[in-house]
Design a protein around this ligand. Structure first.
Ligand code: BEZ
Length: 211
């Protein structure tokens, strides 16, 4: 069965461009962004992996490790990394899992046979330090992902884990937040000293509490 939000993600040991990885050991106490791509030496994937290398400092700031995966071999990944660095003006700074036996792809349901029987789709999994799945999404092979959106979700998850707020549509770090419905407005006014605006009894906004 496919993984669902809140599930503990399965551990695995698999080869990578940086040698053998035990996923739980490698993740340690960090958040993890695990993302699959269809194949090495393909154009959209080349831009995606280069973009993630450029954004690595942003993931580091959020205590998040990134790791890619495709059904190609570690040798193939190592050859392709040269092309990524050359064409995307970057230095790849995170591992790419090698999954020719589909061990991880099957565990995480990254092959969608009615889209493509042999290649992984563009899956993303955000895993928290307790190894719980906190976000998953899947893009088709023809659409490169927006990795700024993944950073935005990490910001939202880390904020909403610590405060009784949720984040509204198109929220970005620093923007006003929604007070969670379980808190009555009088209690919310005590909890959020920056102020609470009641637009409707169920729609209360407050400035981002940790800014
Ligand atoms: C790409 O990365 O460009 C790609 C990979 C598989 C199918 C289509 C595009």
């Amino acid at each position: 069965m496919a993984l669902r939000l809140g599930d503990t993600v399965p551990n695995f040991t698999q080869d990578s461009s940086e040698g053998t990885i035990d996923f739980y050991d490698w993740a340690g106490d960090s958040w993890v962004v695990l993302f699959s791509h269809p194949a090495d030496f393909t154009p959209v994937c080349t831009t995606e992996l280069g973009m993630v290398a450029k954004l690595k400092p942003e993931f580091d700031q959020r205590n998040a490790k990134v790791i890619a995966l495709s059904v190609d071999t570690a040798e193939s990944h190592k050859g392709w990394i040269g092309d990524i660095n050359e064409t995307q003006s970057t230095t790849l700074n995170y591992p790419i899992l090698a999954d020719p036996d589909r061990k991880v792809s099957d565990l995480y349901d990254m092959i969608h046979p009615n889209a493509n029987n042999t290649l992984t789709v563009r899956s993303v999994f955000i895993v928290d330090p307790q190894k719980k799945l906190r976000l998953t999404f899947t893009y088709p092979a023809s659409t490169g992902r927006n990795f700024d959106e993944i950073l935005r979700v990490l910001d939202s998850l880390q904020l909403t884990d610590g405060y009784s707020v949720a984040t509204p549509a198109n929220w970005e770090d620093g923007g006003d937040c929604v007070v969670v419905p379980s808190i009555p407005t009088d209690k919310a006014r005590e909890k959020f000293p920056k102020g609470v605006t009641e637009i409707k009894p169920y729609l209360r906004m407050t400035p981002q509490p940790n800014k």
